[in-house]
Design a protein around this ligand. Structure first.
Ligand code: 13P
Ligand code: SF4
Length: 311
């Protein structure tokens, strides 16, 4: 099938089956363009919790589809490629995390949404890069906190709030490779460009940034800014929406290193139009979770949604 035929067939099956397609900003442009909604982790969780569709097709990675299933357990949740994992989620195996949490009984557990359902079930509250600062600040200053699994986001929040959260030693392989050397080269060639960065980047990158925020926040910043040029320190998928929403502005990708042309998340980029179509036709791969796990993991996610109203 040509891409045009695939797009027509996806639209047909979607209507027949009353499905909704949710896509993360890091998906390839052709998937973003056929999705019903494109968003960041928080927006997609809110949409998954509120949808009337019978089937949620999650064009993203495994932890996102799992979160959708936890929030809408009565719906069928499909992930086009079950191999679409996340290096950050994998950096916190549930068994090791449980031991860490048990070793610090006086700490509350604040966990970034990029983690497995089992790790969510061990947490007091889930956060995303959109709401992490606000949610951490909702705890009394004297409350001891564990922050997991992203040490870069955790360190960034510690710096912003003056807290000393205990950080799990995890990181995103895509954001970790974004180098200051490459940014400096781009800055030298484009002195008029502003640097926007995702808080999963390492501290030396964040120190240089003109704006730090989630994918949705970066998108909004580039739309509202008077600047005409931006260096974008995150996964490349976001550039598609930036160009769509701010025609006439220029967006420069920070190359990951000498051997890599771009910062593509290898997991996000596993999804293709073909896989999307096939998963909708066959209604698999499907996310299946036990009722017990759903019940435990739902509490900290619902707490996040409650604390994120008006964001
Ligand atoms: P946000 O969608 O919260 O910006 O997170 C980015 C990310 O790395 C998702 O995996
Ligand atoms: Fe995970 Fe990083 Fe890919 Fe996001 S960009 S899904 S954090 S590996």
């Amino acid at each position: 099938m040509t891409d045009k035929e695939l797009i027509e067939q996806i639209a047909r099956v979607k209507k027949e089956k009353n499905a909704v397609i949710l896509a993360h900003y890091y998906q390839v442009p052709e998937i973003q363009d056929i999705a019903d909604y494109v968003g960041d982790s928080l927006q997609l969780s809110q949409l998954a919790a509120a949808t009337n569709a019978d089937i949620i097709v999650f064009a993203g990675v495994h932890f996102m589809a799992e979160t959708a299933k936890i929030l809408s357990p009565g719906k069928k949740v499909l992930l086009p490629d079950l191999e679409a994992g996340c290096s950050l989620a994998s950096s916190a195996p549930a068994g090791q995390f449980a031991a860490f949490v048990n070793a610090h009984p006086d700490h509350k557990v604040v966990t970034y949404i990029n983690c497995t359902a089992e790790v969510k079930a061990l947490s007091d509250v889930i956060v995303t890069s959109s709401n992490a600062l606000k949610i951490v600040e909702s705890f009394p200053k004297e409350q001891k906190l564990i922050f997991a699994p992203d040490k870069n986001l955790g360190a960034y929040i510690n710096g912003k709030t003056g807290r000393d959260m205990l950080l799990w030693d995890g990181a995103c392989e895509v954001h970790e490779t974004i180098s200051t050397k490459r940014i400096i080269n781009l800055k030298m060639q484009n002195p008029d460009a502003l640097l926007v960065a995702h808080p999963e980047c390492k501290a030396p990158v964040l120190i240089m940034a003109d704006f730090i925020g989630s994918t949705a926040a970066m998108l909004k910043f580039t739309q509202q800014s008077d600047s005409k040029k931006f260096i974008v320190a995150t996964e490349t998928g976001i550039i598609h929406q930036m160009e769509k929403l701010s025609p006439g502005k220029e967006f420069l990708v920070v190359p990951a290193d000498e051997t890599c042309a771009c910062n593509d998340c290898p997991y996000m980029k596993l999804n293709t139009l073909e896989k999307l179509y096939l998963c909708m036709v066959h209604e698999k791969p499907e996310i299946i979770l036990s009722a017990e796990l759903i019940e435990k993991a739902k509490l900290p996610i619902m707490k996040m949604l409650e604390l994120s109203k008006n964001l």
